[in-house]
Design a protein around this ligand. Sequence first.
Ligand code: AR6
Length: 178
Amino acid sequence: MYKIDETIIKLVKGDITKIEVDAIVNAANNTLLGGGGVDGAIHRRGGSEILEQCKKIGGCPTGEARITTAGKMPSKYVIHTVGPIYRGGKNREEELLYNAYYNSLLLAKEYNLKTIAFPSISTGAYGYPIDSASDIAIKAVLDFIEKESFIEKIAFVLFNDSDYRIYENKLNKLGLEG
Ligand code: AR6
């Protein structure tokens, strides 16, 4: 656990669909109609009410975010965001990944949500290298805490040990209050 101002940053290893927070973030695609990876797990566990709302929303541009309820999952909402497909790094990937995190947090703020959990956006099927992706994720979260209003808790939920350790090393190096 790490603390910046009044916000707790937490690392969790495991399945984001089981986390109980105000909103879990989904690493979706532009259609918002589901897919594999974390997106598939969220739709499977949450049930059909999520897909029904996603159909009405009608898609989401890369770097933006949309919100639905969370169906049968313990969290209240799902914030669906779309990270970039990594194509070598010279196609605005960094900016788009940053926007995906930042816009998810802005949407959480708009809905007055106090606790939010992120998966590692774009680092699965979309191929973004975890080392640079984690830098961007942490930077977006720190910038948000600095510039925007109070959010109680932000969790990074990592699906495997090596991703967890990368985040842990980076947060430790920032020398945040533990
Ligand atoms: N909880 C937490 N993290 C998970 C879970 C889970 N249940 N399942 C997988 N991960 P990916 P992307 C991790 O591929 O790269 C989908 O088909 C996974 O190990 O889910 O943004 C969408 O529809 C990896 O570290 O998302 C899009 O088409 C991370 O989540 C596309 O994949 C992200 O992997 C999006 O690709």
